[in-house]
Design a protein around this ligand. Sequence first.
Ligand SMILES: [Zn+2]
Length: 218
Amino acid sequence: MDRFARLLMGYEQFRGSLSEDDRSLFQELATGQSPSTLYITCSDSRIDPSLFTKAKPGELFVVRNAGNIVPCCDNATSKADLGTIQFAVEVLKVEHVVVCGHSNCGAVIAMSNPESVRSFPYLEEWIKLSKDGLDLNPNDSVCVNVRKNVLHQVGRLKKLDFVKSRIEDGTLRLHAWVFSIEDASIETYSVDTEQWVSLINLNEKGEEPTPARRQQAN
Ligand SMILES: [Zn+2]
């Protein structure tokens, strides 16, 4: 079957399988939204935050771009994402912001080797803006650079006045995550230990998750 036809069939199945609870949820959401979390992640097709957090519609406000970038304040060409972030923080009053990178991120690979996108002017410009102030070593592993990039973007968030004030009054928490595609696991940055740690700890049998470790990256 054609791959796009598969998507259309998926929609048909979705419509056919809506439960009463689903319909009630969508009716409720039709009048407004109150998501708890702004989720900033890469546009990569392999990343599906609603899948791995089991979030329902209305729970995640998502900003996606190549490389999960938080644009610089003084960057006139990136106001779209900044405006979206501001809407989530100041209007929707989200309580958490997650910046989630991922393994084998093509945007981060390009950031560490800008020559590779020289023939794609828009992409080249985006990569240039994205890595502004970020020192990536092309000899480091992609994993290392992905983590550096996530922390850099969290750092940019903290510099936004409307984010800073919410952090200072204790109503907003920032989280730095990296999703590993290979095993569908997430690591989060612990400011206490300055290390990346598993988002959840499984017991010895790997069965019962303990409550998620809610690490603050601020
Ligand atoms: Zn990516």
